[in-house]
Design a protein around this ligand. Structure first.
Ligand SMILES: O=C(CO)[C@@H](O)[C@H](O)COP(=O)(O)O
Length: 243
């Protein structure tokens, strides 16, 4: 039985609650069917993260059946939920947490339009202001990678390191998003599907018109640093649970 300090136990409980609740957002925004897709969140102050069990109905997800893992993706024995197998993408999420310390949340979905772009191995061009705001660039395509080991994680890290985008379309698979916490990564998953749909529809009408790079830069800077009630701060910001 693992024991943690009272402060870490509080942080674990908060991330368990956040990660369980945020899976409902994937359903609410129509990003998943059946049990496809997963959310994880890093535990602030510890080399731990929380992820869902594999293949369990979204209706049955609750804080006590979320699974606590170390940053190698190993389940922490004796903790609530540890009797079940974690998400098939656990090794991928763990790889991202190990190699991108600024990341506090990782999300994968099979959202329709983003997967359609991934199936064509085609980046989504940055041709609308909402996309410049949120992603500051095209949504890149990552390599084709086998499910189950850390190949997907390596592809995510290779593709997104040094890139403004918090979303990558893994070839022939679908979107993976990162964020400063689990909620931020879910937001990126919602937004990547929205821009994938809009740019797809635009292309049915003709060729989308590129935006000047200076406009993209300026929009990204405004949205990350000025928009809303407090600066969003891109990905360099804290890993506090954003509730
Ligand atoms: O596409 C994949 C595998 O990458 C998964 O997203 C599954 O569709 C859902 O897997 P679990 O998280 O339930 O294991």
């Amino acid at each position: 039985m693992s024991t943690f300090s009272p402060e870490i136990e509080v942080a674990i409980a908060r991330v368990r609650a956040d990660v369980a609740r945020l899976h409902g957002e994937l359903v609410r925004y129509g990003l998943v069917v059946w049990t496809g897709g997963n959310v994880s969140g890093r535990v602030p102050g510890a080399d731990l993260f929380v992820i869902k069990p594999s293949g369990v109905s979204y209706d049955d997800l609750a804080p006590e059946n979320m699974i606590l893992c170390d940053l190698d993706g190993s389940v922490i024995p004796g903790t609530p939920g540890a009797e079940r197998s974690p998400s098939s993408d656990t090794a991928a999420h763990a790889y991202v947490y190990r190699h991108m310390p600024e990341v506090g949340g990782v999300v994968h979905t099979h959202s329709t339009y983003a997967v359609a772009w991934a199936a064509r191995n085609e980046p989504i061009p940055c041709v609308i202001t909402a996309m410049a705001d949120e992603f500051g660039d095209a949504i890149p395509v990552g390599p084709f990678a086998i499910i189950g080991d850390d190949s997907i994680g390596r592809g995510i890290v290779e593709t997104l390191t040094g890139h403004r985008s918090r979303a990558v379309l893994m070839a022939n698979h679908g979107p993976f998003t990162i964020g400063s916490n689990a909620k931020d990564a879910v937001k990126a998953a919602v937004m990547v599907e929205d821009v994938a749909r809009t740019v797809h529809i635009s292309r049915q009408l003709g060729e989308p018109v590129p935006m000047p790079q200076s406009a993209i830069d300026s929009l990204f800077d405004r949205y990350q640093n000025v928009y809303g009630q407090a600066p969003q701060g891109a990905l360099a910001s804290s890993q506090d649970p954003g509730r």
